[in-house]
Design a protein around this ligand. Sequence first.
Ligand SMILES: [Zn+2]
Length: 107
Amino acid sequence: MTWSWVHDEPQLIEKDYKTKYKEPIKEIHRYGQDWYLGTGVEWKDHPLKGYIPEWAGTECKNCESKNTKIIAAQWSVSYHSGDSYWDCELYCEDCGKYTKRAYAEND
Ligand SMILES: [Zn+2]
């Protein structure tokens, strides 16, 4: 199952990410997971595009625009269950909102 939320501010990356990060995407280990954080890249250029479906990695939940960039994402497999799960957050260039999505194979 995939869940989606809309926010005015980013949830999975620092609020000042646009100035904090110098690169569009950077691999960072945190919360025991490997995250890709940065100023953002389009889904088609993201290293996790094979794991995150195109609609989930491109579509703004607020205005349905696909003029978006992924600013935070991770993909993992649960050590215990073997189920995969991922999180991602998009910034919409058209409405300025943030769409956060989470997926869990076992739900
Ligand atoms: Zn939008």
